[in-house]
Design a protein around this ligand. Structure first.
Ligand SMILES: NC(=O)c1ccc[n+]([C@@H]2O[C@H](COP(=O)([O-])OP(=O)(O)OC[C@H]3O[C@@H](n4cnc5c(N)ncnc54)[C@H](OP(=O)(O)O)[C@@H]3O)[C@@H](O)[C@H]2O)c1
Length: 307
């Protein structure tokens, strides 16, 4: 199978590169940026013609759409770019997928919900997107469903990995310059390893089963929440990471306003994962175990990309 990964030099794409080593499927890793010596096809998802050419010339059988603006803060800073990549870029992927009958696994966000209900959000909860990032990512979901391509939309959040910029790599960098860091305890979510997400994606690929993919706007088939198990605040996450990594920095609990974080997140960002666990007989790891695995990996090898 020929599998096109867009945004492949981000942290999900880098994890897919690692986990797909030795696989029999042919992966085409594409992005607009180049990282180290990683083989990368230049492909901008906002360029519909280029996408079309790649899908046809490479005889693509599956698209994993990871292309995105980086985070909430970046989307707030540049609404136009966020709309262009997260909505229009995704719509381009969806249209070509529908025309060429290529199934799509699209990565979306738990920020399609604003967390105000303070209960884990199910897939069928009416979206109330959070900020420009949530609005533009939700618009991408709408475009996928409207296109009538075969799709699996995976909503996730609070991702960490050894790659690129994320709360874990930021903390490690911060600890080399500061003795103490104030981190919010008033934002709760589920930190999630990109390895959990990518292992699931590879399991779906290996199964070759599209029966749980969606193909229209009618219901919630094809939309799945996925994260690690458990909940925690950013303070809990950093506290665990410092202990596991042995970082020479003290972590102090504070309110979001007192922290250095520019990115405002919902107070409660927890996804209900009953559907994915039932449909795929899936067991998900606790985020603390995933964090321990990630730290071990980082200590044993050079993870590569720095954004
Ligand atoms: N990180 C999280 O906590 C989180 C939470 C919820 C959902 N997600 C979603 O998960 C997916 C992957 O996230 P991630 O953390 O791996 O993101 P990431 O590290 O920011 O990776 C996204 C990649 O897409 C690239 N990109 C940007 N514009 C593009 C374009 N026009 N065409 C092709 N590629 C483009 C980026 O390149 P540059 O670096 O050069 O911009 C980057 O390499 C995204 O859809 C994201 O919205 C992430």
């Amino acid at each position: 199978m020929n599998i096109l990964v867009t945004g492949a030099n981000g942290q999900i794409g880098m994890t897919l590169r690692k986990l797909s080593e030795g696989e029999k499927d042919h992966y085409i890793f594409s992005d607009i940026s180049q990282v180290g010596n990683y083989d990368t096809l230049y492909l901008d998802v906002t360029n519909a013609d280029a996408l079309s050419i790649v899908c046809e010339s490479e005889m693509v059988d599956l698209i994993i759409n990871c292309a995105s603006t980086p985070d909430v803060a970046a989307a707030e800073d540049d609404h136009v770019m966020a709309d262009l990549v997260n909505r229009e870029g995704t719509a381009n992927v969806a249209k070509i997928a529908a025309r060429c009958n290529i199934p799509v696994i699209h990565i979306s966000t738990g920020y399609v919900f604003n967390g105000e209900s303070c209960t884990p959000a199910r897939e069928d909860l009416s979206p109330a997107p959070w900020g420009v990032f949530g609005v533009t990512k939700f618009a991408g979901e709408v475009a996928i469903r409207a296109s009538k391509c075969r799709y699996m939309i995976l909503r996730t959040g609070w991702l960490f990995s050894p790659y690129g910029r994320n709360p874990l790599t930021d903390l490690i960098k911060f600890s080399s310059m500061h003795r103490s860091v104030k981190v919010p305890y008033d934002r709760v979510g589920t930190p999630t390893s990109t390895f959990t997400l990518c292992r699931f994606i590879l399991d779906v690929i290996h199964s070759g089963d599209l029966s749980l993919f969606g193909q229209a706007d009618r219901d919630f088939t094809g939309i799945y929440n996925i994260s690690d198990e458990g909940v925690g605040s950013w303070y809990d996450f950093c506290h665990s990471a410092i202990a596991l990594y042995g970082l020479p920095v003290e972590v102090v609990p504070g309110l979001w306003e007192e922290s250095h974080l520019k990115e405002r997140s919902p107070l409660y960002s927890v996804l209900d994962k009953s559907k994915i666990k039932k449909d795929f007989s899936l067991t998900l790891p606790h985020w603390r175990d995933s964090l321990a695995e990630c730290v071990k990996l980082m200590k044993n090898e050079d993870p590569g990309k720095e954004h």
